[in-house]
Design a protein around this ligand. Structure first.
Ligand SMILES: NC(=O)c1ccc[n+]([C@@H]2O[C@H](COP(=O)([O-])OP(=O)(O)OC[C@H]3O[C@@H](n4cnc5c(N)ncnc54)[C@H](OP(=O)(O)O)[C@@H]3O)[C@@H](O)[C@H]2O)c1
Length: 226
């Protein structure tokens, strides 16, 4: 699954809130709420650095995301909105299709021969049928995406980690919350499904807050392999 070193891709940031026991959601994958106003503020600041946002279909639906920067923040533009699925079946009633924002790019990595992208294209989206690795290259080379922010979930981030395609990790450590449960996911999905090798990051930002939370940023340590 490793990508050839020559394939360009955007610089990829991820952002998550994690509990004191390192979980990103409950056993039932309930919607993730912002842990505090400052957690939301920080997410929006990180979004402003991104040319494109990336989420898995699970997170899009669980968290009812519109994937936009509020206009009251006067963003210079809205980041592209990229959503990843294997089968490529998206709910057209979802608010992301009905909210003004960056152009929508849907990725179907394992669509069947008879896959029909027409309804999504009619709704204004561009549909891509390729691997995740090839999609990252397309977004960099054809759409000029230099910085991409992945907002989850763990399943998608694990795939990015397997591609060695994570450059910066932003965490809100919510020390006031414990989810518990062996099946509650972490930032790389369910425990037990380990990465083939450890990835090294260094802590570059450590900001304890007075509300039981702490903002952390990590950068990939060695020269990125991809
Ligand atoms: N605490 C936080 O900051 C935070 C952040 C994000 C999410 N979450 C939580 O995480 C939970 C969702 O987790 P999740 O792991 O199910 O989310 P996910 O990765 O967003 O969604 C999983 C789905 O996305 C698609 N997908 C993911 N990786 C793919 C890949 N490499 N190739 C093709 N398709 C891929 C697949 O869709 P198809 O089924 O269509 O194939 C898969 O079933 C929710 O409870 C959410 O609230 C928490």
């Amino acid at each position: 699954m490793l990508r050839p070193p020559s394939m360009p891709r955007p610089t990829i940031l991820i952002n998550f809130a994690i509990t004191a026991d390192g979980k990103i959601s409950t056993v039932n994958k309930d919607p993730a709420h912002f842990t505090s106003k400052r957690d939301l503020q920080r997410l929006l600041e990180i979004r402003r650095r991104a040319d494109a946002l990336l989420v898995g279909r699970g997170t899009l639906e669980a968290d009812a995301m519109s994937m936009t920067i509020p206009s009251k923040l006067k963003p210079s533009g809205q980041p592209l909105r990229c959503i990843v699925s294997r089968a490529g079946r998206f709910a057209l009633g979802h608010k992301v299709f009905h909210t003004k924002g960056g152009a929508l790019h849907l990725l179907a990595t394992e669509a069947t021969e008879d896959y029909d992208s027409f309804s999504y294209e009619a709704a204004g989206a561009t549909v891509h049928r390729s691997s995740l690795a090839a999609f990252l290259t397309t977004m960099a080379t054809d759409y000029g995406v230099e910085t991409m922010l992945c907002e989850g979930g763990g399943t998608l981030v694990k795939a990015l980690a397997e591609l060695e395609a994570i450059d910066e990790i932003n965490l809100t450590f919510a020390g006031h919350t414990l989810f518990g449960g062996a099946d509650a996911p972490t930032i790389t999905g369910h425990l037990g499904a380990h990465l083939p090798a450890s990835l090294e990051f260094e802590l570059t930002h450590f900001e304890p807050l007075d509300n039981g939370e702490c903002f952390l940023t990590y950068q990939r340590k060695k020269d990125r392999a991809t």
